[in-house]
Design a protein. Structure first.
Length: 280
């Protein structure tokens, strides 16, 4: 049974499709049933694979569910080649939260780990969107699926006039020192500065500067990063100051900040034609 109210998400199917590659398509969830299926995919990845510990109700339901699900948009990757109901066809998902919606419902999820209020305050004329709960089933962790997710994010941002994206990206485990090479590379080479500066909350702050710059092998550091983090970097993202250990999800989190203006031209050109068409 879905945790999302039935009045939520009676989406016009003509405006929520963001891209197709072969049998895969990316679009917004249209019904509470589809959101429930996305929550089941999240449970499989976060709990069964990554060993997250969710609240007892969520563990009983075998769903990754929280209060944000009721008012976020849920981006899906659906494989139409899979026989069966929609529950069987959803293979990837992202949770999207626009600033206007976040303000109306008490703020962004990321604010529980990172001090993003100064970042938002420095850009009163800009609209931010938060990307969260990204996951893809193991068999679909391919370039094609990632491209579709990003085509969906990009089309959604264009459709709603967003100025910047941000969100948490995770390294496995709760010992930042096990990711010293990758975290140090991000600290020295991709840390946010100036008007886009944001830091981990002071009471949760964990140091990312674990190795000196001269000791870092960039190729090995990139190879040690989760694919999602590498994908963000390729798009032109910056990484916040300090990491946060999330005991419940068994992860070490960093904050990704991605101004739309920073996305490299080659990716805008790559996604732009289809995304512009689907967002119009």
């Amino acid at each position: 049974m879905s945790a999302v109210p039935n009045q939520q998400l009676l989406v016009d199917q003509s405006v929520d499709l963001f891209g197709r590659i072969g049998s895969l398509e990316t679009r917004l969830a249209r019904t509470p049933r589809e959101i429930d299926a996305a929550q089941a995919v999240r449970y499989r990845v976060f709990v069964e694979e990554m060993k997250a510990q969710l609240p007892p109700d969520a563990m009983r339901q075998r769903r990754d569910v929280d209060a944000y699900d009721a008012f976020c948009d849920h981006l899906l990757v659906v494989d139409r080649a899979i026989e069966g109901d929609i529950e069987d066809q959803i293979v990837g998902t992202y949770r999207l939260l626009r600033q206007q919606v976040a303000i109306a419902h008490g703020g962004f999820y990321s604010a529980s780990e990172f001090d993003i209020a100064p970042l938002l305050a420095r850009h009163p004329e800009k609209q931010f969107m938060e990307l969260g709960r990204s996951c893809v089933l193991p068999a679909y962790r391919t370039k094609r699926t990632v491209e579709l997710l990003w085509q969906g994010n990009w089309a959604y941002a264009l459709k709603h006039g967003m100025s910047a994206m941000f969100g948490c990206a995770s390294f496995p485990g709760i010992r930042p020192e096990e990711h010293a090479l990758a975290l140090s590379f991000l600290h020295h080479n991709a840390r946010v500065k100036g008007e886009w500066m944001a830091s981990a909350r002071s009471e949760l702050y964990r140091e990312m500067d674990l190795m000196p710059l001269e000791a870092i092998n960039a190729r090995k550091a990139l190879a040690a990063m989760p694919p999602l983090v590498k994908g963000y970097l390729r798009l032109g993202a910056m990484i916040g100051d300090g990491a946060v250990v999330d005991q419940a999800f068994n992860t070490t989190d960093v904050l990704v900040v991605l101004p739309i203006s920073s996305i490299s031209d080659r990716y805008i050109n790559y996604y732009g034609a289809d995304a512009g068409r689907f967002a119009s």
